[in-house]
Design a protein around this ligand. Structure first.
Ligand code: SF4
Length: 215
């Protein structure tokens, strides 16, 4: 179990305005249950959307203030938009509050990728997605983070369960990289011409990658 830290309260208050935004219209959709899919990038979204759109009324929610620098943020967001357009899914963009994210991971800057900083990074993004989904009458919450080959999906699912439950949502415990999902995401990304990143996303992971390459 991971306790919810105090700063999250501040962040969630900041997200309240977005959460209370008018319901996103999914005109023409059936009676399928509404699911908010937190989207981290276009590549991971591809396989997740391919597996979800027939079963749920999916709204994609972009919330990744961890991404740095700005041109990387823009490239990943553009790829996420292209991918959602391809699957006919609405993508709602959350705020780009990098200061709040830096505060969330304060003191953990030197952690290696896959360490405690990543736990807080997942928590931060999933909490914002849950808070937003709550105001959108979603029943389910899921994340494309489980399509990433390097992500600790046990941590993502444990956090997701806790956070979804706290927001009155159900957590979709689906690991999109399984059953050939990682390979399928790579194929779809190539087919759709999506931008493919080569590091996790934050400035610290970029520095780690550069240090590895410099060795
Ligand atoms: S390495 Fe990736 S998951 Fe970890 S803190 Fe950075 S962006 Fe978040």
């Amino acid at each position: 179990m991971w306790p919810v830290r105090g700063f999250m309260h501040t962040m969630l208050l900041a997200a309240e305005e977005e959460r209370l935004a008018p319901l996103v219209s999914l005109e023409g959709q059936s009676e399928k249950p509404r699911l908010c899919l937190h989207v981290c990038c276009g590549v991971c979204a591809s396989v997740a959307l391919e597996r979800l759109v027939g079963r749920y009324d999916v709204i994609a929610y972009w919330y990744n203030p961890n991404l740095s620098p700005a041109d990387e943020y823009a490239a990943r967001l553009a790829a996420a938009r292209e991918c959602c357009d391809y699957f006919g899914v609405v993508l709602v963009e959350g705020s780009e509050d990098s200061e709040a994210w830096l505060e969330a991971v304060k003191g953990l800057e030197k952690e290696p990728e896959g360490g405690r900083r990543c736990v807080e990074c997942f928590r931060f993004r999933l909490s914002a997605a849950a808070s937003w989904a709550e105001g959108q009458e979603c029943r389910w919450l899921a994340t494309t983070l489980t399509a990433g080959p390097q992500k600790d999906v046990a941590v993502v699912h444990e956090l997701g369960r806790q956070i979804a439950e706290g927001s009155g949502l159900e957590w979709l415990e689906e690991t999109f990289r399984k059953s050939g999902g990682a390979h399928r995401a790579a194929l779809l990304a190539r087919e759709l011409g999506l931008y493919r990143q080569d590091y996790c996303g934050c400035a610290f992971s970029l520095a780690e990658k550069q240090a590895r390459r410099g060795r």
